[in-house]
Design a protein around this ligand. Sequence first.
Ligand code: FES
Length: 122
Amino acid sequence: MPNITFTSPEHRDKTVYAPAGSHKDTILKVAKENRVPIEFSCEDGECGTCLVKVTVIDAHKKKHAGHLTPKERTVLKELKKVTQEELDTMYVDDLAPDYRLACQCIVRDEDILVEYGTGELS
Ligand code: FES
């Protein structure tokens, strides 16, 4: 059962336990259920409002490796949070970029730190 720690310069850190077997839950869904105020708008991977930075807390694990949806790839490129070269490398190495869209990123069985708050991310 993964621990998800949400951190923001404007709010106190909050660590929550994602429910077991929640392999369909997005970071945004878990945040909303736990009253973590990540900004969002479309909830469909199109606007980029829910941009977060995701770090795997266990240093022995690889970077968060959940696959990006096509919409997420497009928006992250538009926001210049990932390059085409990085996207290409991700598929070879099964890695994910630091920046994700909370409404698209599925929670996996790994402890992660989620940084949110537009001021620090832009
Ligand atoms: S809320 Fe629009 S991309 Fe996530």
